[in-house]
Structure formats: structure tokens, C-alpha cells
Design a protein. Sequence first.
Lengths: 72, 364
Amino acid sequence: MSAKVDARGLSCPQPVLMTLNEIKTGKTSEVEILVDTETSKENVSRAATSQGWKVTDVSEEGDEHKITIKRK
Amino acid sequence: MRLKNVFATRWGIIGVGLFIGVFAALLQKLGNPGNMGICVACFERDIAGALGLHRAGVVQYIRPEIIGFVMGSLIAAYLFKEFRPRLGSAPIVRFVLGAFAMIGALVFLGCPWRAALRLAGGDGNAILGLLGLISGIWIGTLFLRKGFTLGRAQATHAAAGWMLPLIMLGFLVLLIAFPQIEGQNRSGVLFYSLRGPGAMHAPFFISLGTGLAVGFLAQRSRFCTMGAIRDFILFRQTHLLLGFIALVAAAFVTNLIVGQFHPGFKAQPVAHAMHIWNFAGMVLAGLAFALAGGCPGRQLFLSGEGDGDAAVFVMGMIVGAGFAHNFGLASSPRGVGPYGIEAVIIGLIVCLFIGFTMRKRSNA
């Protein structure tokens, strides 16, 4: 079961903070993050990668991006 | 266009920082005030003066760079399908943060961009300003870690996203309709400085062109001077920081080449040497920028992508500049203004109040 983070509409750096907080709980090896700007998508992907996680999927629906990251 | 965004890479952000550093220094060579090739706070303050929102005669000019920042970002956002009209994340709070960010910046005499350019020009007082900036941002990160949030923005009408770009176009129309008349401090509805920093500017098309280029590049790269420091403190991430350092390095080298590097603390252009207030002014500005999620430049670039909350922050800065000069809060080369110290203290109290009270609720 993957964890979900809804960071739509939030300013920097909250999407990244929320993602890292979820990673740090250590409870899950997969997180789905919803964001609504390209900037947040890039920032979340960069932060996850720097934590040794892998971006496995990015899907777009309208203005929303769903980023799926997995522990390597 | 759905190409990979090369500007969001490490070399992309470094390249943008280098571009801004070189062109900011060159703008000084071409007429902009000393160590003020680009200063978002100072230039918005000059715009406020040109509109008569304050009557400080030495700082009145519609700066085309600012118009260019917003319009360049808007063009990039449309070209790359990133124009996303949105607003509703505590706009009035952002207005207040913008106003106090401006007041803090004008006590130091520069925003983070100018702090970098002052350092690159040899102004030792910039070190105090940058230390203040880092301290203010650090305080902001403490609030962010505790769950500080201004809430979510919502999607809105495209026209709402166009409001600040349209205001900027309006400024451009005013500047063209009422150009400066030699030796006169008024032209139609606009005020013009006859002396002081407001009377110093690069040629119109060069200022506008550089502004457009910087706006375009900064939108693509997400360049942010506050974010540079914030991300390093919060996440030990150096991505944006590399861009900021590249700006300083490029401006420094360009200054050396064109003979604009003059190290020292005394008699620096548009600067004073009251160390405590250089520091404290930027603590206030840094905290306000951190709580609002972007440096003053970034707020302009976000406005160009349709972010109405960033636009409100910009309007807060312009109005804040009016207060800063009307109330004697802004510094001058002689030192802090008559009420500058009180304003910094009040601003810090207001920012702390905002930081302590606006926390995430569990379901937000």
C-alpha cells in the first residue's frame, strides 16, 4: 500500500517538505505525490532522488501531476 | 512543447546565474546605479516613486527591467504550457509580507539580488546584509518545519492570472506615453528623478530587453535567491544555491573587467555602514520572503506564470515602498531613516505573529 501526499496548491517548499516527511516515516516504500505545477514536480523528483529514492512514474491529468516514487 | 527542461538541470541554473550576474554588472556600466544593475526592491520602489506613491525625488523611475521580468516569464510560461492561473493562498497575508519585506530591504538598501551585486562590487556592508538574510530565512525554515503554511491556491480564470502582467503593460504604456523631459521632474502623470539613483538608468531598450531575457530564463530555471539559501538550510540541497553563487561570481568577474570593483565599507554607492541595521533589515526581509515562498524576483516570475498570490506580494512591496519613503523608514547613504528602526521591529513582530499563528490543521 503506497502512501499519498497531496501537495496541490501549496507554495515552495511545502511539497518537498511533505514528501521528505513521508519518506522519513520509514513506513512505506512507495509514495504517490500530487502536485499542480511543473516546479513542484521538478523539486519533488529532485528531492526524492537525492534521498536515494527512484521516480518510477509521472502521470499528468489536466493541470495535475502524480509522481510515484519508490525506495531503491 | 514538452521538451526536457534543460534550465532545471544543474548546469541550467548555473548558466542562468552567470547570465544574470554578467548582465546586471553591464547594466551598471550602461547607466544603472552603482551595485544596482538589478535590484528588485529598489526598482519597485522607483516605480512607486514614478507613480507618485511616495515623493522621494531621488528614486522615481518606471524601471523597464521589472516589466521585463514579468513579461519574460509570461512568454516562457505560455511557450512551455506552464501558464497556470491560480490564487487564494492567504492573499492579504502575502500583501503584508510584501510590504514588510520591502521595508526591511530598504533599511538595508537592497533586496537579495542587490546584496549579491553589492558583494560582487566590493561593498563590505553587503556581508552584514547577507548574514541578516540568511538569519531571516533560517527563522522562516523553523516555522516551515513546524508546519507553517499559507494554505492552498486554487485554479482560477486566465484573466485573473493576467492581472499583474496587465498592470506591468500599463506601466510600460505610461512610460512610453509620458517619456522623460530633459530637466523636468514630471511628464504627464509620471514623476522623474533629476538626480540620485532614480536619475541613473541604462537605455530603455537595453533595460527592457535584459529584463525580458532574465524573466524568461528565470521562469524556466525557477531561479530564486531566497530559495537558494532556504533549500540549503532545510534540505542541504545546493541546486538553487549554485545559481546564486554563479550570479555573484559572474558579477564579480565582470566588475573586475569593467573597473567596477571597489572593496571597502565606506562611501559605497547607495549604501550605509550601520552594521546592526544592515543586518536587521535583511533579517526582516529574509523572514518575509521565506514565509511567502520566494525572493522578490521569484515573486515577479511566479506572477508571470499566473500566480495571483505572488502578484499580491508584488503589490504589497510597491505599496510598502510608498510607506517606507513617506514615513521615513527607508535608509539613505547617511544612515537609517528617522523611523526605520521602529519599522524593522514592528515588521519582525508581525512576521513572527504570522509564523506562529498560521500552522497546518490536520486535515488541511
